[in-house]
Write a protein that binds this ligand. Sequence first.
Ligand code: GUN
Length: 278
Amino acid sequence: MTKILDGKALSTSIMKKLKSAVAQQKRLITLAVVQVGDDPASTVYIRNKHKACEAVGIRSLHIHLDGEITSGSLLDTIHTLNSRKDVDGILVQLPLPYGIDEGEVIRAIDPAKDVDGFHPVNVGRMMLADDCLLPCTPAGIIELLKSNGIEINGKECVVVGRSNIVGKPVAQLLLQEHGTVTQCHSRTRNLAEVCRRADILVVAVGIAHLINADFVKPGAVVIDVGIHRTSDNKLCGDVDFDSVKDKVSAITPVPGGVGPMTIAMLMQNCVKAGHRGS
Ligand code: GUN
């Protein structure tokens, strides 16, 4: 029987625990979410982040800036949030409009408030396995594997995708859990053959249904980070779920797999940043 890795249920239970931790605090924890422009997908993601904050008891501020804003004004906004004692976490929703240097914006965020874990200081600490704010999707994937009793130690882990947000950091975290990690990307030759090595296959490439049964070893664990809308308005991942589901031992659904775990880890980072600030 294939196990469906229920990220929604785990996320709900993590957020319940966080809610009790937050309720014990004397100080209110505050997350500031900065949105630039009106990208519809970003608006949906941000709404979900605000809802999660409400569920956990974290105050959330929505700083919605015009899409035509200059880099200078955006950086000023971030500097102001950095210096505000009542703001514990800062998240700038990506992607930013064309012409704004995302790297410069991320580097402007105080690393202690960087609840996305994207600042070079947090990335460097993660590489050294030092205490830091971890990027939310990679941390959520590790949590989902561990909570389902899936051993990483010694396993063949194949990551498809090399983004700064997911591919690179999840490979690093799997390595820290003693996995044997192979990182694949658009130039990888014989992708299906490499993927078939995997005991644990993590797919974060942003191509709907790229991975079918031909890419998976019988009994593998498959983690699907992709999220796409099909022509009939349903959500689907980078993995063709119906094609692989009877071949694998465990798989994340889309929706309800990795997505809710990202939100739970964001809430965890906000609580962590809040503790540091108090
Ligand atoms: N856009 C897509 N995913 C993310 C994320 O995890 N954080 C931010 N800030 N923007 C995103």
